[in-house]
Design a binder for this molecule. Structure first.
Ligand code: G3P
Ligand code: CA
Length: 242
């Protein structure tokens, strides 16, 4: 049955990419999380979507120009009442020791190449013994290939927005076990063909009821959604069917 991945945690109800959003996703019963990583000036892997801290935090500027200590002082729960720090990847991987979630780490290295990011992320995944519970994804497919070469035991998945022809062939050519397409770029036929050819499909970002129904009906591998609570509720309708 289709797995539910909470996009940036349970971001429909909590500040995106915060520990609260991740803990809430786990409590909701989601199978996994999706989160984004950037590198600080002093080389710490931190969990934040944008290259700049401006949109989601109390601060200003590029993550790459701030030290980890500076980043940690910011409030990532800008709209909420309770202050929340930007998590480090270490913090998330430590917390993953207490649960069975799968985690899709999206390397945000499409705009700034962040030299050494793959190595740092892989080092941490191995240190915390999580190779079989992590999927590395990126829009930077050179980084996907580099990650695979450095750690063939960790699953990879290219992200894409466009209608790639036979994406499972492309995925296999770069030794990726899955693809993470934008929902609008993928048809039922492509999803089914990819799965039949052994390639997992996890479309993003699936928030509408109609899209969830569509993907559960064809038994898509996983969906990446902001609202795992809604997704789980809808999925139950399919689990009880004979
Ligand atoms: O990983 C799926 C999705 O998160 C990719 O787009 O911009 O939400 O990181 P974005
Ligand atoms: Ca992402």
């Amino acid at each position: 049955m289709t797995q539910i991945f909470a996009h940036r945690g349970y971001s429909a109800a909590f500040a995106e990419n915060t520990m609260s959003a991740f803990v809430a996703a786990e409590k909701s019963g989601a199978d996994g999380l999706e989160l984004d990583v950037q590198l600080t000036k002093d080389g710490e892997v931190v969990v934040i979507h944008d290259e700049k801290v401006d949109r989601t935090t109390s601060g200003k500027g590029y993550v790459k120009n701030l030290t980890f200590n500076e980043v940690r002082k910011l409030n990532a729960n800008k709209k909420g009442s309770k202050k929340e720090p930007i998590p480090s990847l270490i913090e998330v991987l430590e917390w993953m020791q207490t649960n069975q979630l799968i985690c899709n780490i999206e390397l945000k290295n499409g705009i700034f190449p962040y030299e050494g990011m793959e190595e740092k992320v892989i080092h941490l995944i191995r240190k915390y013994n999580l190779s079989d519970r992590i999927i590395i994804s990126s829009f930077n497919h050179y980084s996907i290939v580099l990650s695979y070469r450095m750690a063939p035991e960790i699953e990879t998945a290219p992200l894409f927005n466009e209608q790639i022809y036979m994406p499972w062939v492309y995925a296999q050519s770069i030794r990726a076990k899955g693809i993470h397409p934008k929902l609008a770029s993928i048809t039922d036929k492509i999803i089914k063909d990819a799965i039949e050819n052994g390639v997992a499909v996890r479309p993003y970002t699936v928030n509408k009821d109609t899209d969830m129904h569509r993907l559960f009906k064809i038994n898509c591998t996983s969906i990446i959604t902001d609202d795992p609570v809604k997704a789980i509720k809808i999925k139950k309708e399919y689990e009880t069917r004979p």
